[in-house]
Design a protein. Structure first.
Length: 188
């Protein structure tokens, strides 16, 4: 039996991401993914048993990549960690538009298995822990961490288009201002 080529699997996942950004989940076809990845349609099924399995795997990998990039708590003081996460989130949104579109479409879709949802929930644990730490230290409002994350996600997703078109020499100040606004909205 031949060994699967991880590069080919990655090409298929990337092609799926690009295709979803172009046509959405409803318009996605395995044939289009295969064309975009430069493989035969049957090859997609060698790596992923179904469209659902392909989308579920892509969602899991995309959320893990996002969490690794954004959700880090390295034990710094709360405000510094919060600010670093806000800046990383904003940068990720700007640099990874296809991933953001995909995650938004998949978040409540039936393509995501319960196992993947559980794994993804573990990935956001650093943010939940950060909010719990902030509440315990009485630095952040006593609100459900899920509410705070939804608030921040909405604010940052709304601000990302402004940042994307901003001159590079203003971007750092913009990030600092956004981080301060977010902190001020949630501080106790």
């Amino acid at each position: 039996m031949r060994q699967k080529d991880e590069t080919k699997a990655s090409d298929i996942l990337r092609a799926t991401l690009d295709e979803v950004a172009k046509v959405g989940l409803a318009g996605l076809s395995i044939e289009a993914v295969a064309r975009r990845a430069g493989v035969a349609t049957g090859t997609v099924y060698v790596y992923f048993k179904s469209k659902e399995a392909l989308l579920d795997e892509l969602y899991l990998r995309t959320k893990q990549r996002f969490a690794t990039f954004v959700l880090r708590d390295e034990g710094a003081p709360l405000r510094a960690t919060f600010t670093a996460m806000i800046k990383a989130y904003l940068t990720y949104i700007i640099e990874n538009k296809s991933e953001i579109i995909f995650m938004g479409q998949m978040a409540n879709s039936p393509y995501v298995t319960e196992q993947t949802r559980a794994t993804v929930a573990l990935g956001v644990r650093p943010v939940t822990a950060l909010f719990e730490r902030g509440r315990a230290e009485q630095l952040l409002k006593d609100v459900d961490p899920a509410w705070a994350m939804a608030f921040l996600g909405g604010a940052l997703n709304g601000l990302a288009p402004l940042a994307a078109g901003m001159p590079a020499d203003r971007y750092d100040a913009f990030q600092e201002t956004v981080a301060t606004l977010c902190w001020d909205a949630l501080k106790a």
